[in-house]
Design a protein around this ligand. Structure first.
Ligand code: PLP
Length: 490
C-alpha cells in the first residue's frame, strides 16, 4: 500500500505527458519558425562577457518541477543573448554548418527512437539505413565504386561524428595494419618500431590532422605546399625518401581537398601516385569541399580520388545536414575491423559478419541514428536541389569576389573555386587585423581571419542557406564602411 501511494506521488512529479508534449512541441515549432524568420535582425555575434550565463540562473536545479512556459520564456532571456547565429545570412566565419528542416525533423525522430545502434541487432534499421544512405551519398558525389558497399567489394561507408574522428580512425587503422604486416615479416620486431612510424600532410591541413598524429602516437610531418597552397607529389616523395634514409617508417598520408585556411586543393593524383609507389595509406580530408562534388563541374578538384584508401567529408558542413554527420568511406573495411575489434560476449549476435557492426568502424561504442538525416535531406532536396544549393552559394562567393576585385585597395589571396573568398587590403598585417576587429565589433557581419606564410587575410565564407545576393551586398557595404574608418587612422 505504501508503495502504491509513493508511486502516485511520483507520477504527480513526472512532468510532460503526451498531451503536454503535443502542446509544447507545437510551441517549440512556432518558436523555431519565428527564429528563422527574424534571424536577419539579430546581431550575428553576441556581445556577452564570459560568465554571463551563470548570473542569469539559480545556483541549483529546482526541487519541484518548473512550468514549461517558464522554460520557453527563458530561451530568449538566457540562451539567445549568448548565441552566435551560425545560420544568420550575415554569418561568414569558418566554414558553413548545415541546417535544414528535413534534417531537424530527422533528428526529432532519431531522438524519439533513441536507439544506440552499435551492432546490427541493437537496431537493424539504424545499421541498414546507414549502409544504404552511404551508398546513395557516395553515388551522388561520384565516388569510385570501390568505396561503395553495393559494389560487392570490401568497401563501404560509415557516419562518424566529425572529420577529426574520421582522420584519427583512418590513421589508427593504418598504424595497426602497418604494424601487423611488419610483425608478419619480422616476428621479433624491435619494440621501438612504433616510434619510427611517420605520417604526412600539408602545411595547409586542418589542425585536427596534426592532432590525430598526437593522439595516435605517430609523427605527423607538415610538408610545404606550392604557390597555390597545394601539396605536390615531388615534395611528398622527397620527404618520404629523407625519412626512410633516417630509418623511419612512412605509413600514412592525408591529402586535403578544400583546406581550411584558403580552400586550397592538394594534388591528389600526384600524391596518390607517391602513396602507391611506397605502399602508404592515403586518406582524403574533404570536410568542406566534399559537398560540392554533388555537382559534376567540381569533381575535377578530387581527380585521383580512386587512389585513396579512405575518403571523408562533412554533410554537416555544406550539405544541409545538421551537425553531427561526417561521412567516411573506406575501400577495405576489414582494415578498420581488424584494428578496432574486441568481441565481448554481451555484444555478440547470431548475424555477425553478414552486415557491418559499426562499433568496429569507430572509436565510441554508442552511436545515434544519424542516417535518418541523410535520408530525409536527400529525399526532400533530391540531387537537383542539393546541386542548386551548392551552385547558388558558389555564385554568391563569386559575387563578393567581384566586389573585391573591382576595388583597387584590395587583393584576392587565392582565386575563388567554391564558397570562400580570401582577401585583404593591400596594406600590412596590422591594418588588416584592425579591419577584421572593426567588422566583428560592428555586429553586422561575422568573419574570421587566416594567415599563410605570415600574410594575414580575411576569410569571407558563404555559410547560411538563407544568404541571398542582397546579403552579400550588405556584407560588402559593411567592409567598405569599416575600411574607410581603418584607412582614416592609418
Ligand atoms: C572543418 C574541417 C575539419 C574539422 O571538421 P570536424 O568535423 O569539426 O572535425 C577538418 N578538415 C577540414 C579541411 C575542415 O575544413
Amino acid at each position: 500500500m505504501w508503495c502504491v501511494r509513493q508511486l502516485k506521488q511520483i507520477a504527480r512529479l513526472t512532468k510532460m505527458d503526451v498531451e503536454e508534449f503535443r502542446a509544447a512541441s507545437s510551441q517549440m515549432t512556432d518558436y523555431i519558425i519565428k527564429y528563422f524568420n527574424t534571424i536577419r535582425d539579430r546581431r550575428v555575434l553576441p556581445e556577452v562577457e564570459p560568465g554571463y550565463l551563470r548570473t542569469l540562473l539559480p545556483s541549483c536545479a529546482p526541487d519541484t518541477p518548473d512550468e514549461w512556459s517558464d522554460i520557453m520564456a527563458d530561451i530568449e532571456r538566457v540562451i539567445m543573448p549568448g548565441v552566435t547565429h551560425w545560420h544568420s545570412p550575415h554569418f561568414h566565419a569558418y566554414f558553413p554548418t548545415g541546417n535544414s528542416f528535413p534534417a531537424i525533423l530527422a533528428d526529432m525522430l532519431s531522438d524519439a527512437i533513441g536507439c544506440v545502434g552499435f551492432t546490427w541487432i541493437a537496431s537493424p534499421a539504424c545499421t541498414e539505413l546507414e549502409v544504404v544512405m552511404m551508398d546513395w551519398l557516395g553515388q551522388l558525389l561520384g565516388l569510385p565504386p570501390q568505396f561503395l558497399a553495393a559494389s560487392g567489394g570490401k568497401g563501404g561507408g560509415v557516419i562518424q561524428g566529425t572529420a577529426s574522428e574520421a582522420t584519427l580512425v583512418a590513421l589508427l587503422s593504418a598504424r595497426a595494419k602497418a604494424l601487423r604486416l611488419l610483425k608478419e615479416k619480422t616476428p621479433n620486431l624491435d619494440p621501438a618500431t612504433p616510434s619510427k612510424l611517420v605520417a604526412y600532410t600539408s602545411d595547409q591541413a586542418h589542425s585536427s590532422v596534426e592532432r590525430a598524429g598526437l593522439l595516435a602516437g605517430v609523427k605527423m610531418r607538415l610538408i610545404k605546399t606550392d604557390k597555390q597552397f597545394s601539396l605536390r607529389g615531388d615534395s611528398l616523395r622527397q620527404a618520404i625518401l629523407q625519412d626512410k634514409e633516417q630509418g623511419l617508417i612512412p605509413i600514412f598520408v592525408v591529402g586535403t581537398v578544400g583546406a581550411t585556411p584558403a580552400c586550397s586543393f592538394d594534388n591528389l593524383r600526384e600524391i596518390g601516385q607517391v602513396t602507391q609507389e611506397f605502399d602508404l595509406w592515403l586518406h582524403v580530408d574533404a570536410a568542406y569541399a566534399g559537398s560540392a562534388f554533388v555537382c559534376e563541374e567540381f569533381r575535377y578538384l578530387m581527380d585521383g580520388v580512386e587512389l585513396a584508401h579512405s575518403f571523408n567529408f562533412n554533410p554537416h558542413k555544406w550539405l544541409l545536414v545538421n551537425f553531427d554527420c561526417s561521412a567516411m568511406w573506406i575501400t577495405n573495411a576489414s582494415d578498420l575491423v581488424e584494428a578496432f575489434n574486441v568481441d565481448p560476449l554481451y555484444l555478440k549476435h547470431d548475424q555477425q559478419g553478414q552486415v557491418p557492426d559499426y562499433r568496429h568502424w569507430q572509436i565510441p561504442l554508442g552511436r545515434r541514428f544519424r542516417s535518418l538525416k541523410l535520408w530525409f535531406v536527400m529525399r526532400m532536396y533530391g540531387k537537383h536541389g542539393l546541386q542548386a544549393h551548392i551552385r547558388k552559394q558558389v555564385a554568391l562567393a563569386h559575387q563578393f569576389e567581384s566586389y573585391v576585385k573591382e576595388d583597387q585597395r584590395f587583393e584576392i589571396i587565392l582565386p575563388v573555386t567554391l564558397g570562400l573568398v580570401c582577401f585583404r587590403l593591400k596594406k600590412d598585417n596590422e591594418v588588416n587585423e584592425s579591419l577584421l576587429k572593426k567588422l566583428n565589433a560592428g555586429g553586422v557581419i561575422h568573419l574570421v581571419p587566416s594567415k599563410i606564410n605570415d600574410i594575414y587575410f580575411l576569410r569571407f565564407a558563404v555559410c547560411s542557406r538563407l544568404t541571398e545576393s542582397q546579403d552579400v551586398q550588405v556584407a560588402w557595404q559593411e567592409v567598405l564602411k569599416q575600411t574607410e574608418l581603418v584607412l582614416q587612422k592609418n
